[in-house]
Design a protein. Structure first.
Length: 276
């Protein structure tokens, strides 16, 4: 029983790996390089065969995410610029906030790179919480920061965003650029349209985000959105207020944090534990 089950486990993983490699081989080289396959897909209609092979690649990316993130437990994802240094106030605020969230029992997930991401993962390690990176593969590779328990590299932006939302109990938006803004706007759109519920979003840095706050207020004034559409969002500089906001919303949806199944060793699944 043991040896046959173990054999099945290896066969299952081997089959997935071979199918993934086959799809890579079958797709022409010019659309399998980092970033270019998504570019080719978005460029317009292609042959049915190419679209089918691209769909397989997307499937394998989701499976990769499921296998790596399904058992991480309650998690908060923190976004922000990679350009802030350790001496910057936003770096220090992020580190302390992540540490307090980690003490509450949350794993901390980032893009796994430097700057705000490094600060968040560093804070997670300081509190003994699980520290994760979910990175997007790009031609200009960024090196993972040294405070990660696990790093997952995802090829496609839309797959990565779905995985972050699926496995996160809330988002923290630190000062950042277009990527940070993209994650923020997409998640509040999903909240507004009822696709996500009880999902807190904390935006740290009132002065930095002042114009964004005014823009949201103008939307309410123009009645293009309702005032209640932003009730999940907190703009603040206060770490304690941010922690309380996340606590209040996550307590309303405890089932989100509990996977329906335990890890199955036969599928090579296992819980992730923080590294010493």
């Amino acid at each position: 029983m043991g040896s046959s089950a173990l054999g099945f486990h290896f066969d299952f993983l081997d089959t997935l790996t071979k199918l993934n490699k086959l799809a890579l081989v079958l797709i022409p080289n010019e659309i399998t390089m980092n970033g270019n396959s998504e570019h080719a897909f978005l460029a317009g209609p292609r042959s049915r065969w190419k679209e089918f092979l691209f769909s397989l690649q997307v499937l394998f990316q989701f499976i990769k995410g499921f296998r790596n993130l399904h058992f991480i437990g309650p998690c908060i994802t923190i976004f922000g610029s990679a350009r802030f240094k350790e001496t910057d106030v936003y770096y220090q605020t992020t580190e302390e906030l992540a540490s307090q969230l980690g003490t509450m029992g949350f794993a901390i997930m980032t893009g796994g790179g430097p700057g705000i991401m490094e600060a968040a993962n560093k804070g997670a390690k300081k509190s003994g919480a699980l520290s994760l990176g979910c990175n997007i593969e790009l031609p200009f590779e960024q090196h993972p920061n040294p405070y990660l328990d696990r790093m997952v590299n995802i090829r496609y932006f839309f797959v990565r965003k779905e995985l972050l939302r699926k496995y996160s109990s809330g988002f923290v938006i630190m000062p950042g650029g277009l990527g940070t803004l993209d994650e923020f706007v997409e998640v509040i759109t999903l909240i507004q349209t009822g696709k996500m519920k009880n999902f807190p979003v904390v935006v740290m840095g009132v002065e930095y985000h002042e114009k964004l706050m005014r823009y949201f207020e103008s939307l309410i004034d123009q009645k293009t959105v309702g005032a209640t559409d932003f009730q999940h969002i907190l703009f603040t500089d206060d770490i304690a207020e941010a922690v309380e906001h996340i606590r209040n919303f996550t307590e309303k949806s405890p089932d989100k944090h509990v996977p329906g199944n335990a890890p199955l060793w036969i599928l090579g699944e296992r819980k992730i534990a923080p590294k010493p």
